[in-house]
Design a binder for this molecule. Structure first.
Ligand code: BDR
Ligand code: CA
Length: 311
């Protein structure tokens, strides 16, 4: 299995991404989960990550708390999407599991140094503050990262927090800029693809029909989380942004995209956090990311439902 670190700000869709990874030990070995401030403040994301591990029955996974605010800006949160707790929807017990001692950034640095180069994949599902801080503190680890597979940004779909910016990149554009300029290989799941991973009524029924604790919890999370996108975009259901990252680890053939140049806007107030993606290759800037544009949506939901059934 591929060793990964999940860096996350749960978030209902983060929770589903984590559940999918934890349900897939043949393909994925989760070395640890690092929480970052994003959808809700750090205290809650660090708590929610543990709630999700307990829901999956995987209480041995170390969970670390990381950065509580972006590199240079005040934190922007998304309770309007995820609710006050960040995981609104199901009623889940407070975690018994403790946080693991130590800072998430130190865990990321130590893990990359102690494992063979090229063996630990980073999977950021929230603002890139922890990853950028680790790269700044320990630039030697960058070369050891085989791949960063992240949810963030948009091209045709443009923005969900401002007209031109996607939430994860907008919250910490300076951190995103550091990561996109790092030279590490990057695979991006932008809104263009995640807005195709919609939980329709039928797909939600399939989660519920699992008739397990996890199946009911996921159905209730997506029930809650869909209000926002239904109202805003008239979409058919909740977009499962972050699970695209963990699905890619299991079945990359479900996705397709282009190797392109992506730069992050960090200056303009109007377009702050925009992922300026050269989809059509109109510049001669070298590609720095595989930008995913399409997904086999039925294949994705079949995989997700089949895996959730194992928990
Ligand atoms: C991203 O922002 C968060 O609200 C979601 O968890 C996802 O990571 C979508 O823009
Ligand atoms: Ca997230």
């Amino acid at each position: 299995p591929r060793k990964i670190i999940i860096d996350t700000d749960p978030g209902q869709d983060d929770a589903v991404a984590i559940l999918l990874a934890l349900a897939s030990p043949e393909e994925i070995d989760v070395l640890g989960i690092t929480a970052v401030a994003g959808n809700v403040p750090l205290e809650l994301t660090a708590k929610n990550a543990r709630i999700v591990c307990e829901l999956a029955g995987k209480t041995h996974i170390p969970v670390y708390a990381g950065c509580d605010r972006p590199l240079k800006r005040p934190l922007v949160t998304a309770e309007h999407v995820h609710g006050k707790t960040g995981l609104d929807g199901p009623v889940l017990p407070d975690p018994q599991m403790a946080l693991t001692d130590g800072h998430a950034v130190e865990f990321i640095i130590d893990t990359l140094r102690k494992n063979k180069p090229g063996t630990v994949t980073l999977c950021p599902l929230g603002p890139l503050t922890n990853i950028a801080t680790a790269f700044q503190k320990a630039p030697d680890i960058i070369d050891r990262v085989p791949e960063i597979i992240l949810m963030g940004g948009a091209y045709f779909e443009v923005g969900n927090i401002t007209p031109t910016a996607e939430f994860n990149i907008y919250v910490d554009p300076e951190a995103a800029d550091i990561v996109f300029k790092s030279g590490a290989p990057i695979i991006v799941m932008p809104l263009d693809v995640t807005h195709k991973a919609l939980v329709t009524k039928q797909r939600n029924d399939a989660f519920r029909a699992l008739d397990t604790k996890v199946g009911h919890a996921v159905a209730e999370m997506t029930d809650f989380f869909e209000r926002f996108d239904k109202e805003k975009y008239g979409s058919e259901g909740a977009p499962l942004h972050d699970p695209c990252v963990t699905a890619y680890l299991i079945r990359p053939e479900l996705f397709s995209g282009r190797h392109i140049n992506v730069q992050i806007e960090t200056q303009s107030e109007l377009t702050m956090g925009m992922t300026v993606a050269d989809w059509w290759g109109v510049t001669d800037h070298l590609p720095n990311a595989l930008f995913i544009g399409d997904i086999d949506t039925d294949g994705f939901f079949d995989l997700l439902t089949e895996r959730l059934a194992r928990l």
